[in-house]
Design a binder for this molecule. Structure first.
Ligand code: 6GU
Length: 240
């Protein structure tokens, strides 16, 4: 087995095991930026498992024709079950997530909840999906990242992992910044500006230069509400 491991430390940290047919896809995104920092700091561990390594088929096959008429390949049970069983014999998992367009849509409250857990498995769907019996026996949560179809569940697994890991305390340099994200208060974010105060005739709103933090916070909230009304009015309809 040549599973890749993105990790530094072993203690009391978020562990995500990702089962995929395309392990190389994870090298770039998980070796950069925020996720890399979380791994380097020992806050998160990400283990990528190549499902093909677990195949007992002599050609290392991991898929087969769907029963019934029509085209389409289905991920077979054996390699996926063997990989999940091995992991489950080593530690307790809080959730086994399957990425699929027919899953529940990932939204901020779900990411918040997942970020409080310790051990997660993410199974990346491919082809026409995995044999239904894997879903029945092992999967506890089926997630989609939106109403469009991707080639496979890998990009979705990266999106899910990123949305979770950035919320773990100590990952973002300014811990409060995750709390002021769009969606955390049910609103989109207000506009932001940095120096210079004037560029090519375009000015920063005067209020941001007034020095009164309370006034600026009020302005930001107004702008956030205005932006949410204009762009995503349905966010304001809900319970708040
Ligand atoms: Cl989780 N998988 C695939 N293949 N497509 C998707 C998706 C997942 N979420 C949105 N589109």
């Amino acid at each position: 087995m040549n599973d890749f491991v993105f990790s530094q430390s072993k203690q009391n940290i978020m562990r995500i095991d990702i089962l995929t047919l395309f392990p190389e896809m994870f090298n770039g995104p998980f070796s950069e930026s925020m996720i890399k920092r979380a791994v380097d700091k020992g806050i998160a561990e990400i283990h990528i498992h190549n499902i093909r390594d677990y195949s007992k088929n002599k050609h290392k096959r991991v898929d087969d024709y769907a029963y019934g008429p029509g085209a389409g390949m289905v991920m077979t049970i054996q390699p996926v079950a063997d990989c999940i069983n091995k992991l489950m014999s080593e530690r307790r998992y809080d959730a086994v997530i399957y990425t699929t367009p027919d899953g529940e849509r990932l939204e901020q409250p779900r990411a918040n909840h997942l970020s409080t857990l310790n051990n997660l498995i993410i199974l990346c769907g491919h082809y026409k999906g995995v044999d239904e019996r894997i879903r029945e026996k092992y999967v506890t949560m089926e997630l989609s990242i939106g109403d469009y179809v991707l080639t496979g569940g890998e990009l979705a697994a990266m999106v899910i992992s990123d949305s979770i890991i950035r919320l773990i305390p100590g990952v973002l340099s300014d811990e409060t910044s995750a709390l002021s994200d769009s969606f955390q208060n049910g609103l989109l974010s207000p506009p932001v500006y940095t120096r210079p105060a004037e560029y090519d005739g375009m000015k920063v709103p005067d209020i941001l230069l007034c020095g009164d933090d309370k006034k600026i916070e009020e302005w930001r909230l107004e702008e956030a509400i205005k932006r949410t009304k204009e762009r995503r009015p349905e966010l304001l309809d809900d319970d708040q």
